[in-house]
Design a protein around this ligand. Sequence first.
Ligand code: PLP
Length: 399
Amino acid sequence: MARVVYVDNNATTRVADEVVAEMLPYFTELYGNPSSMHEFGGQVEHKIAQSRARVAALIGADPSEIVFTSCGTESDNAAIRGTLESWPDRKGIVTTRVEHPAVRNLCRHLARQGHELVEVPVDRDGRLDMDRLRQAVTENTAIVSVMWANNETGVVFPIEECSAIAHAKGAVFHTDAVQAVGKIPLNMAASTNIDLLSLSGHKLHAPKGIGVLYIRKGTRFAPFVVGGHQESGRRGGTENVPYIVGLGKACELAQANLKAERERVRRLRDRIEAGLLSSVPNSIINGEGASRLPNTASVSFEYVEGEAILLKLSKLGICASSGSACTSGSLEPSHVLRAMGVPFTAAHGSIRFSLSVYNTEEDVDFILAEVPPIIARLREISPFWKKRTAWGGTPSYCR
Ligand code: PLP
């Protein structure tokens, strides 16, 4: 196969070889049911306990606070629905304008069913408006759900401060940490106000289809998947043993690599950003002024279509993603960039490069060699670029 430069790690990651190796026996030789009374199943139960401890160690939690789920989306659903069910007298949900659809669409769905929803805005750099958050949370708020790090821009929110605001009004605090876990250090033991946290295996080199909901000890919680006694009655269903084993191993690897990889990946990311800014006129780093994940670069190339850029990159084996989605024939910029008020002309041409432990300096060299001529060629045929030259480039904003 031709060269692949995979820089779409916020979408999903390669499963680490060590993870696959640790999972394999649990498909074949060690296929027992962990709930069985016999020793054959019992050894599987021990392995699940080890995985639970490994996940807990990565986020500074107690193993008893870790509940395995099927994905990040399920964890988000379980957190929000489970809290609303536990606090029937409180009708309010407070979240942000830039959440992943797993939270955003769920909260909008719940609002249509009668819950009161406030989506707190962000500024031009993607930073959360903390005054608006403070105003939004009231004694009627059941849950405040604020993502730890944004999947499109990598912007990191001040989660400790957000969670304290929620607790000051007696609301439960949930964070979707799907993009943060394994990329920046998290420590639940050092925090007193985070009640619920979601994570997803496939963002940190475990397979797709495994997630975790962290539930702080003492948090009121009604199970979302009701069934057997698994996960101490907090999530029914026979455990997905090989994937749980894989997630445990991935968390162990992430913990061992976190410090060194964070700095190495940040240097690669910074090289991409600096290289593109200096070689492509009219390019913008989204969220540049905010605290950000080390692996994510969201770059807007004004007056070109993101999809056209992606197609050209894809032909060269560069796998990235765009900040716009094609809906019913019209290209709508992402809700995240819209919420940030990114100029319309820039939001359309935004590309996300998201790195992982597997990216190298050579990957960055390749990107920096190939992207600038692609943008230049696309601009040559872009009517918007020509108009911008004629009009002197006044951007329209898309709030
Ligand atoms: N939350 C965030 C911030 C994400 O980036 C994603 C996946 O892209 C999810 C939730 C959903 O996770 P999963 O794909 O495991 O359902």
